[in-house]
Design a protein around this ligand. Sequence first.
Ligand code: GLY
Length: 280
Amino acid sequence: MKIPKLIIHGGAGSLEGNVSKKEDLRKSLKNICQLTYKKLLQTDAYSAVLFGICQLEDDPLFNAGTGSKLQNDGRIRMSAGIMDGEKNKFSGVINIQNIKNPILVADKLQFEKHTIIAGDKATQVARDFGFQQYNPLVQKRWDEHLRLQKGKTGTVGVVALDKNGNIVAGTSTGGIGGEIPGRVSDSPTVAGNFANKFAGISATGIGEQIVNSGTAVKIATRVEDGMDLKEAVNKTIDDAKAFNYEFGVISISHKGEICVDKTTDSIFYSWYDGENIDVF
Ligand code: GLY
């Protein structure tokens, strides 16, 4: 039996210069971390990750689900991925529209033959599954769009290790904001979100750079090949620093280690190790 472990993040750059938001972000993250840990104790890593991501998607403070940023044509296109380490299975949606919780559509795809669906077809598949039309736009994001405010980052993620030793990672995003319509972020790829039997990782930061680094899958492979989690994470982040990349990761190993590292300061995260909860 393992002691369940949990870590969640609210994205790099979620503050975007607005220092007054800092305490609200930390408070929400800590609350969601506590609720999600309770779920993890009652259920398993997969259910806890779905639950935690839904909470983060539903909080307009974060750039995922409700409160997602707009692409430069004024439309919200969201992406999400979930990976079950035990099953070695990834599923995700790319640039889905008018859905409340993109991660729940990714969850449905876990049980399908074709597990990653993009664009209009992703939205159609969601409707076929029975997901209702939902407008995730909030006023603050519309105002940012009217100001032509370009973003850089913003994502949410949850990684959990359950009592049976299974690791699951989930990541969801509204993208960077002001991007070319149809741009694909790292979140619905194995660079931004990955789990195997050895480690689970969720990344946040500039999606193109996370993809260039193959970040999440690289860390998990390094741990599978014998590196400690901290060593694997630090090495991957050091490699990224050499390119001046801007991103960070949260991660958990099969040994229950929790590790965060980043090339940029602006990541908000919270973890629960079974005894202590902390928020940064
Ligand atoms: N990491 C989020 C994005 O680049 O879209």
